[in-house]
Design a protein around this ligand. Structure first.
Ligand code: NAD
Length: 248
């Protein structure tokens, strides 16, 4: 691993991206903090909020089944940000895809901001808050319906509506997983950003990378920094904004 000063890091980053047309991005909650959505494990993250149950407990399938009212209370208070907008990182990734450099955005986030910014090939490993389904009849409901429902959102048929997000204790979608693994295995450059790399199996996916440059853009150090060929310790929106596509 080489950890270098910001200026040199940005220069190397730009050179690497300029020299490749097969870049894949793998991101986490830190990609959306600049939009105002707190991450989980930073000093001001959701995991530092005091509550009767831990967030891991609340965001589990068992808890959803046994305490749906408390689940939706936490969901509305801590996961939903109705007026949130994409930030510079989301927009730059959409541009990189448009010019043919970026092949996929793989995200652990559930906020839908990559698609909102215009990215097309978005693989949402943990699902999306923008999709919700009745657990009895399968009918689709949008974010606003579930967000503005009182207590437990219910379908016309009486079934409980579940956000299409992967809770602890649930499996990742097999098709999304296969596409993410393939994109990472085929990539020449993998940018990993805004993630503590501690939620599995998603965090294990970067082990499939066989390409040239493995880059990590993260504000705080992690235990896995040593696996990367370039580590940039800065905000992902600022780092991606520094790419001048007109020079590529
Ligand atoms: P995490 O909270 O465990 O780690 C976030 C990491 O991002 C930290 O290491 C932090 O230093 C870094 N970070 C924060 N802001 C940053 C920025 N502006 N630039 C660069 N780095 C920044 O998040 P995780 O690893 O993604 O795991 C948390 C899980 O929680 C994920 O599975 C995700 O689904 C979920 N989650 C999603 C959202 C969302 O959809 N926006 C928000 C919170 C949590």
């Amino acid at each position: 691993m080489s950890e270098i000063n910001l200026e040199d890091g940005l220069r190397r980053f730009s050179e690497i991206i300029r020299g490749s047309d097969n870049v894949v991005f793998f991101g986490g909650a830190g990609v959306s903090t600049e939009s105002g959505i707190p991450d989980f494990r930073s000093a001001d993250g959701i995991y530092r909020q005091s509550c009767k149950y831990s967030p891991e407990e609340i965001l589990s399938r068992d808890f959803f089944t046994s305490h749906p009212e408390e689940f939706f209370e936490f969901y509305r208070k801590s996961l939903c940000f109705p007026s949130v907008k994409p930030n510079a990182a989301h927009y730059k990734l959409a541009e990189l895809e448009k010019v043919g450099k970026l092949k996929a955005v793989i995200t652990q986030n559930i906020d839908g901001l990559h698609s909102k910014a215009g990215s097309k090939n978005v693989l949402e490993l943990h699902g999306s808050l923008l999709r919700n389904y009745c657990m009895r009849c399968g009918r689709f409901y949008d974010f606003n319906f579930v967000y503005s429902s009182k207590k437990i959102p219910k379908c016309e048929c009486g079934g409980i509506i579940k956000p299409d997000v992967v809770l602890y204790g649930e499996q990742l979608d097999a098709d999304v997983t296969a596409r993410a693994v393939k994109a990472i295995s085929d990539a020449d450059v993998l940018i990993v950003a805004g993630t503590s790399l501690s939620v599995y199996p998603a965090a294990g996916f970067i082990g499939y990378f066989r390409g040239r440059s493995l880059i990590f853009i993260n504000r705080d150090p992690t235990r896995r920094d040593g696996e990367f060929s370039l580590v940039i310790r800065a905000k992902v929106g600022e780092v991606l904004s520094s790419l001048d596509l007109s020079r590529f």
